[in-house]
Every structure is written in structure tokens, then in C-alpha cells.
Write a protein that binds this ligand. Structure first.
Ligand SMILES: [Zn+2]
Length: 309
């Protein structure tokens, strides 16, 4: 039941009794202008408990995965800076401590925009090596350039292939997928809770895949990510997409099949020497381009696939 709030009554009572010191949540001024402030003022952070000690937060930007319990609170992504206080409140309502760790699934601002606030409040930020490199400002992106991130917003712990966290009674595997949405993507697998966070390697229903070529992305990495997640999943697995509602293994299989088909058609046409325009004219992704408000439309997706191959 996505987009609904389920609050454990026991927790909410406990929270009322707690006086949790509020975070010094200073908005990252470089990212906010008056228009943005208005935009975020109306955003509500909605939570859904997925398993014991695992929840998802929906707001504006990438979906946030939460692990919470006796060992503290881990956030997978942290949306935009102006939402940090609301996110921290939503965590409190879950009965969880303030965030101790933040994992960025990749560097885009709608997934890492809260880093400075959570970092200042004491969270250890972790991500793939390339996330830190891009946030240092050495690269630009198809999502728009950003100034170099301040030190407190940077991942302090980085990894090449992945890392395992043995916290809150679970094994949380953070797995790097090379060259997919960007060159610094991670997916996150809660082994015991049977939950997988896909980051932006999976947009569920909201748009066709966004392949950020200028951040080192490649269509083939999306297929690798989907296959990897499917190899870890069973029929009960709950899948958190980077954007959109919760998904099942069957949903992800459909997405994998779509990727396979489009990459196959575009690749075969390119091999025959067809130009990008000629391949776009075949409309290989038309039947999947179902959301008129999608951020990535068929032609743009096909262009990114073409350039990936
Ligand atoms: Zn992204």
C-alpha cells in the first residue's frame, strides 16, 4: 500500500515522551532559491513500514530507504536539502534515532541534496568512489552542473565494489553496479528483510530509464542491475525503485524484459549502419512510453541507448 502512513502506536507514544534535540538543519543555500523554497514547502514526507526495522520514505526526489533499530538509523539517499528537517521528523515518527549513516545510491542532487545537513548533524556519509569524485566538482552531468559540494556533504567513506553493514539484525549489502544510471551507482539489499533499493537504476512507472551518459552511465548497466537484483529476489521481495511506487520481482522482470528488447532492437539496427534518426523512426520504445508526463520520452531513451552501444 504505497503512499500511506503506517505508524506503530507504541512508537508514536514513545516519541511524544522523547525530547529529541532538533537538528541544526541549515539549508544548503546554493541549491535554494525562492521558487524552490515554495516548491518544497508543500512537500509531505510519507512513510511506509516494509518490514521490522525497514521503511521507505516518499517525498520529493529519490525514494529513501530506512534501516532503523538498536544499532541506529541508516538512510539510503536523502532527497533535497530543504526537506532534511521533514525527513528527520518522519524518521522520528518511525521511532528511530536521528540518522547515523547516509548511503548515496549515486550523486544526483535529488538523492544527495540532504548530505550537508545530515553530515553536519553527525551522520557518516558513504557512497561509491565516483560519487565523491563527482561531488568534488570534477565532473558535470546531464542533470545539470552543480558547484563542488562542501566537505560535510561529501561521502567520507567510499568503496569500489561494495560494502556490507551488519546492523539492526540484518546484513545490508551495498553493491556497486558499474556504468548504469551513472558510473557511481549502488543498489542495496537487506538480506533478512528481503528488500532491495535500486536507486535510479529503476524508475517504476514514472518514466522511461534515464541514462546519464555525461555521468558515465550506459544502458547496458541497467540490464546488469536488473539481472543482479532479480538474482537476489524471490516472489516476496519488496523492491524500492529510485522513483515511483514500490515494486515486486514480477514488476522488475517486466522492466528487465523491456530493457532487453529496446537494447536488442537499437543494437541490431545500429549494427546495420542505421543512423540515430533512422532508429528513432522505428520507435523501439513506443509501447513502453506510456506516461505523457515522463521525464524521459521514447526518442530520448532510444538516443541514450544508441549512444551507449
Ligand atoms: Zn539520478
Amino acid at each position: 500500500m504505497p503512499y500511506s502512513i503506517k505508524i506503530n502506536a507504541k512508537y508514536s507514544l514513545a516519541i511524544l515522551a522523547l525530547s529529541v534535540s532538533s537538528l541544526a538543519l541549515n539549508a544548503c543555500s546554493s541549491e535554494i532559491n525562492a521558487q524552490n523554497a515554495d516548491r518544497f514547502a508543500t512537500v509531505e514526507i510519507k512513510s511506509e513500514i516494509l518490514a521490522d526495522g525497514v521503511a521507505i520514505l516518499f517525498g520529493s526526489g529519490g525514494n529513501i530507504g530506512v534501516s532503523y533499530g538498536e544499532d541506529g538509523t541508516i538512510l539510503i539517499d536523502d532527497q533535497y536539502a530543504p526537506l532534511s528537517e521533514k525527513i528527520q521528523n518522519a524518521i522520528k515518527v518511525l521511532g528511530a534515532d536521528p540518522a547515523n549513516y547516509v548511503i548515496n545510491t549515486h550523486w544526483h542532487g535529488d538523492h544527495s541534496g540532504g548530505n550537508e545537513n545530515f553530515g553536519k548533524a553527525g551522520a557518516l556519509i558513504m557512497a561509491h568512489d565516483n560519487v565523491r569524485l563527482r561531488m568534488l566538482g570534477e565532473q558535470t552531468s546531464g542533470r545539470g552542473n552543480r558547484p563542488p559540494a562542501p566537505k560535510t556533504a561529501l561521502p567520507a567513506v567510499t568503496y569500489a565494489d561494495g560494502v556490507k553493514m551488519h546492523l539492526n539484525g540484518d546484513e545490508i549489502h551495498i553493491i556497486h553496479i558499474p556504468t548504469g544510471h551513472t558510473d557511481g551507482d549502488s543498489i542495496v539489499h537487506w538480506k533478512k528483510a528481503n528488500v532491495i533499493h535500486m536507486g535510479d537504476l529503476y524508475f517504476n512507472q514514472v518514466t522511461l530509464p534515464f541514462i546519464d551518459l555525461s555521468s558515465g552511465g550506459n544502458a547496458k548497466g541497467f540490464l546488469v542491475a536488473a539481472e543482479k537484483a532479480l538474482s537476489l529476489a524471490n516472489d516476496e521481495t519488496q523492491i524500492i525503485p529510485g522513483h515511483g511506487p514500490m515494486a515486486t520481482k514480477a514488476d522488475l522482470m517486466g522492466y528487465r524484459d523491456m530493457l532487453k528488447e529496446v537494447i536488442g532492437v537499437v543494437g541490431a539496427a545500429k549494427k546495420l549502419g542505421k543512423s540515430l534518426e533512422e532508429v528513432q523512426a522505428i520507435k523501439p520504445a513506443a509501447q513502453y512510453d506510456t506516461n505523457p508526463n515522463g521525464f524521459i520520452k521514447g526518442d530520448k531513451f532510444v538516443e541514450a541507448v544508441y549512444k551507449s552501444l
